[in-house]
Structures are given as structure tokens and as C-alpha cells.
Design a protein around this ligand. Structure first.
Ligand SMILES: NC(=O)c1ccc[n+]([C@@H]2O[C@H](COP(=O)([O-])OP(=O)(O)OC[C@H]3O[C@@H](n4cnc5c(N)ncnc54)[C@H](OP(=O)(O)O)[C@@H]3O)[C@@H](O)[C@H]2O)c1
Length: 386
């Protein structure tokens, strides 16, 4: 019997600990070690593939269903106690329209999305948003390897369209700023990026700005001194940040044209005094906007057009207003890339079109810095979002 035990232990130490529990102290110690082993967190995949339920073999963003069980976390995950969801503007606009503006219906639609998918990916726009919350738990493999500790307040900088999310309760919906306060939990994967909420700016202000951080940071890269830059949706959140950054980069020899929509956003942008021209237009009407921009630029058209609207059907306006040698940066999530590609071909435009990557190096710092350096911008953002 003893002989068998030794032999078995050698080959299958873990299994044998349990099967020989009653024999001696050494074995009892082994059982305790074994318990520690069992309690160790499961090893997760860097990109969160371990959370994909269906279809198998895809990444979390295109997945239809993610595992949003937060009772147990994997060793490379960060568990976040969620305070506020900042729903992507194109997504929130669509949900609000579907709900006919009724808050209870908006809440129902949002709960349904998370119930079905384990994340908040709008089934119509495909877009997500980001969140504000407090670090509740850090996986064993990440402890001391990242600059976060339990209790830190962070904004996730990866889309809600790939973030495992559980909503326990929707507490408040603020349609004017696309923000929803909830009780709930979320998971940030090892590859997920985040920003610590700065202490010198109001939380909701930082959250709003960080949601669109990719736009002004890309603008900084794209605009050269002397450029003519057109910004569509210029009176919105990302639009105002882009206008500010574009003027800074284009300088006195450059021209920044801001296209707004409502009277409210037009007055807001004019009050900022950062654009050389501000016009209220309907960006879904390419011909009238084309004629306007031809007149303003003396037929030269724009070196760069940045599209920041939250509604569909503005691809052709962006393309037609841009020089053949110019660039269109489609930050808008309502962009249809088939329409853009076939539309450009249809009018014989050789324009370069960029997909609005939400991330570019240093985007969070660049964006928060704009709010620190411009008092006017900070004041408007504080009034709107804080
Ligand atoms: N690429 C990414 O990673 C990423 C990340 C975040 C957000 N986004 C997308 O970026 C876009 C802008 O986001 P945001 O938060 O800045 O949105 P926002 O603050 O809601 O601004 C959208 C702007 O579009 C304007 N607009 C609406 N209909 C228009 C029309 N017919 N003609 C001209 N302008 C019109 C609105 O003007 P009025 O207010 O005057 O109506 C508003 O100022 C959204 O599509 C959002 O989904 C992309």
C-alpha cells in the first residue's frame, strides 16, 4: 500500500494529495499546497480571447457573445467597479432615436444589448464608448507590473464594444452628454489601455474628453502650417477639440473652417474664437456644402477634412470639399466605408481616406492638455460635461 502511494505520488502529485489525505502530516501539508494551487487564478489571453463565447476563434470586438461573469477573474484581467458609461455619440443617438427619447426605453435597450452580448456594442452602429470606474481587483499576473492599484479611478480607452460588462442597475441617463450612470462591473484585458483620471479636472469632463481623445491627437499629426482644414460637426465634443488643435497647427497662414449644424453648437463654436470661418450647414447635403466651400476657398478646396458628425450620409460632403491631393479623416462612427470608397471613385477623387483609429500614441495626454491650456475650451467643456 505504502509502496503504491510513493509511486503514485511521484507520477501524479496533485491527484495523490487528495487520495491519501488521511495518511500523515506530510500529506496534509500537500493538501494545503494543493488548495493554494486550485485557488490560483486562471490564465487569460492577452487580448481577452478566453472571454469569447461565440463565435469561437474570433477576438472580443467582433464576438457576438462575451462571458461577463465577474465572480472570478483571470490572472491578467483588471476588474472595474463601473460608475459611468460614456456611450459613443453615434450609438447613443441611434438608441435615443429608437427609444423616441424615452429614458425608460433607452435603459431597456441598453440592458438588452448587454444581456445578449455581455458587452455594450450597438447592434446598428457597431460602436461602443468607454467607461469611468474604480479598480476593484487586479489579476495576479499584473500585480506590480502595471501602474495601477486597487482603488484607482480610471477611464478605459478601449471600446465598450469589446469590454465584458455587467449592468446591475441603470441609475441615471444624461442624454445631452451621452452618459449613463450605472451599478455594474467591467473587465479590462491585459492589452486594454486606460487613463488614470487626473485630479485637476472634473471626472465627467475628463471622461468626455478621453472618449474622443484619438481625434485631436490625430489632428495634431495631420495638420501642417498653412493648411486649409475643414471640420464637419465642428461644434460637437470632438469637433471643438479638433478645431482648437487644427488652428494651433495650421497657424496664421492656415485656415480652419468649422461646419456646425444647430444654432446652439454654432454659437458655441463662434464663442470659442478658434476658427477662421464658422457656418451652420446640413452636412448630408453635399452639393450646397460644396458650393459654400468653393466660394470660401476660391475654388482651392481643403487640404484636410475631419469628419466628426454623429449621423450617417456625410461621406460625399467630406470627399467633395477636399482637394484631390488632400486627406479625409473619418473620425465619425456613422461613416459607411462602402459609401466613402464608391463615392470617391464615382466622382473621380484621388483623395486619401483615413479610418478614425480611436487610438494614437499619447492621445489621452494630448487631449487633456488642450483642456488645461485653453481656458475657453475648458469653460465650455465644464458647462457641457462636468
Ligand atoms: N473613431 C473613434 O474611435 C471614435 C471614438 C469616439 C467617438 N467617435 C465618433 O465621433 C463622432 C463624434 O463624436 P462626438 O462625441 O464629438 O459627438 P457630438 O459631440 O455629438 O458631435 C456630433 C456633431 O455632429 C453634428 N451634426 C449632427 N447632424 C449634423 C448634420 N446633419 N450636419 C452637420 N453636422 C451635424 C452635431 O451638431 P449639432 O449639435 O449642432 O446638431 C454635433 O455637433 C461620432 O460619430 C462618434 O461616434 C469615434
Amino acid at each position: 500500500m505504502n509502496f503504491l502511494y510513493v509511486n503514485f505520488l511521484y507520477k501524479h502529485p496533485i491527484v495523490n494529495h487528495t487520495s491519501t489525505a488521511i495518511h500523515n502530516n506530510t500529506t496534509t501539508n500537500n493538501i494545503n499546497k494543493n488548495k493554494t494551487l486550485i485557488q490560483k487564478m486562471k490564465k487569460g489571453n492577452k487580448y481577452g480571447i478566453h472571454r469569447v463565447i461565440s463565435p469561437k476563434g474570433v477576438l472580443p470586438q467582433p464576438a457576438n457573445k462575451l462571458d461577463n461573469n465577474m465572480d472570478e477573474i483571470y490572472d491578467n484581467e483588471i476588474l472595474i467597479d463601473v460608475q459611468t458609461l460614456n456611450i459613443d455619440s453615434a450609438s447613443f443617438t441611434q438608441i435615443e432615436e429608437q427609444a423616441g427619447g424615452d429614458k425608460a426605453k433607452i435603459a431597456e435597450i441598453m440592458m438588452d444589448i448587454v444581456e445578449k452580448q455581455g458587452k455594450h456594442r450597438n447592434p446598428v452602429t457597431g460602436s461602443g464608448g468607454m467607461l469611468l470606474g474604480t479598480v476593484e481587483k487586479i489579476g495576479d499576473a499584473l500585480v506590480d507590473k502595471i501602474d495601477l492599484k486597487v482603488g484607482d479611478k480610471i477611464a478605459t480607452l478601449v471600446s465598450l464594444s469589446l469590454t465584458p460588462l455587467r449592468i446591475d442597475k441603470i441609475k441615471d441617463i444624461r442624454p445631452d452628454v451621452d452618459q449613463v450612470d450605472i451599478d455594474g462591473k467591467a473587465i479590462l484585458f491585459e492589452s486594454g489601455i486606460y487613463a488614470k483620471i487626473p485630479t485637476d479636472l472634473p471626472e465627467n469632463l475628463a471622461l468626455s474628453a478621453l472618449d474622443v481623445a484619438g481625434a485631436p491627437a490625430q489632428t495634431a499629426k495631420l495638420v501642417k502650417p498653412g493648411d486649409t482644414v475643414l471640420i464637419i460637426g465642428a461644434g460637437g465634443k470632438s469637433g471643438m477639440l479638433c478645431c482648437y488643435e487644427a488652428k494651433k497647427r495650421a497657424g496664421v497662414t492656415g485656415t480652419v473652417i468649422g461646419l456646425t449644424h444647430s444654432e446652439k453648437s454654432t454659437n458655441r463654436l463662434k464663442a470659442l474664437e478658434i476658427c477662421d470661418y464658422v457656418f451652420a450647414v446640413n452636412a448630408t447635403q453635399p452639393v450646397s456644402v460644396l458650393e459654400l466651400i468653393e466660394e470660401v476657398t476660391n475654388g482651392e478646396m481643403c487640404d484636410l477634412t475631419i469628419n466628426n458628425v454623429n449621423i450617417p450620409d456625410t461621406e460625399m460632403t467630406s470627399i467633395l470639399c477636399t482637394k484631390d491631393t488632400g486627406t479625409v479623416y473619418f473620425f465619425s462612427m456613422a461613416t459607411n466605408f462602402t459609401k466613402a470608397a464608391l463615392g470617391a471613385e464615382g466622382v473621380g477623387s484621388d483623395v486619401t481616406m483615413l479610418v478614425g483609429n480611436g487610438y494614437t500614441k499619447g492621445h489621452a495626454e494630448i487631449t487633456l492638455q488642450l483642456l488645461r491650456e485653453s481656458e475657453k475650451l475648458r469653460k465650455i467643456f465644464t458647462e457641457l460635461y462636468a
